[in-house]
Structure formats: structure tokens, C-alpha cells
Design a protein around this ligand. Sequence first.
Ligand code: CA
Length: 235
Amino acid sequence: MAHLLIVEDDELLRDGLSAQLTLAGHRTTTAEDGEVALARLAENAFDGVVLDLGLPKVDGLTVLRRLRQRLSALPVLILTARDGIEDRVEGLNAGADDYLTKPFNRDELLARLQSMLRRASLPAFGAVSPLPSPIVHGSLRVDPVLPRAWLGDEVIDLTQREWALLDLLVRHSGQVVSREDVLAVWQSEPGEPGGGASNALEVYVHRLRRKLAGSTLNIRNIRGLGYLLESAAAP
Ligand code: CA
């Protein structure tokens, strides 16, 4: 169910749309002119708007532009006159998501509206959570996306397990990473053969230490607790 704002000065059409959309399971609020529409938009949160362009007091395009300044993602379907090609183009340029020309088929309106609401509920490309940025720790830079690590300008050659260990240590720098934490990550990683992982941990830590040699970083063994990545350069 969506809360829809219907902006239409033709009373018959406005009431008809409201009744039809209510019947389709939506909640509707109506506005008979552009001024009322802007007031409703200011006081309510809507999921979508059906907006007639030919409106008294404040025209539909102005309503659309004002609405877009504030609510960039709100889905808007505009209603235009049959010969209003310019209106339609202007409306789409002003940020309408879809349009219907009058007279329109009520079922088509409903279908277009449903598809517009569905699209709006999908995350836009830009709205997907951002990729994690590289972590810099002294001369070490770790990019979890690539995934790759550098010491200064040199790429560190790492096996999958070494990578997982380093990534874990860097992401929890300043905290002790337990042996169990490392093993849990290793077990979740496909690729490298499992088994003997617990005994192998010291070997991997030793190898990783060697790969970090020459930097200010060291992996400290905290007896009985786990490992800690420390930087001599850290304040
Ligand atoms: Ca009108």
C-alpha cells in the first residue's frame, strides 16, 4: 500500500482516481490546485504523486519543480492534455517519472503507477551502500574491494589466507584479533585447502610478518588472546 497524492482540478476525474486507487489498496490524498498540492506535500510524506499539469493558482510544472528541489526521489506521474507534447517534454525534463495523456485508460494508469512505485522501491545505483574505501595504516594501504595491499608503492604478494588475516588485522587495528576470529574467516573463504588451519596460523602470521618487514608495522602475539597489529609510527 502506498500513500498517493492526486493533484487534479477536474473534480469528477479527481474523485474517480481517488476511488480507483483506494480500491487498488492505496491510501489517497487529493488536491484541487497547485497551491493546495504544495501545502499537502509540505505536511505529508507520500510514496507517489499523480499530477495534472493544467492546474489553477500554481501550475503543475511549477509544483513539479518545487517538489523536485526538496524530494528528488518521489515518483511523479504527470497527466497532460492530448495535444500537450511540449508540456510532456517539459514535464519529463522537470523530473516527472512517467506521463499519461488525457483521456487515459484507468487500468493503464494503475499499471503505470504500480510499475513506477516498484521502480522507486528498488535501490538506485547510487543508493547502493558505497564500496568500502582503502584503509591506510602507516605505510600500509589495504583495499578490500580489489582486494590488494601495498606497502608504500609496492604491492604485497599475498595468498588468500594471508590476505584474509591481514584484512582482519587492519580492520581491527588497535584491537586484539583472536585465533578463533581468524579461523572463522578462513573457514568462510573458499579456495585454499582447509584442515590444520589452527596449527598453520602461527606459520601464516610468521610469513605475514616477513612480508611487512621493513615497515613500521608489526603483528604482536598476545599470549592466550590472539594477535594485534601495531604501528611504531602510530601516535
Ligand atoms: Ca486540469
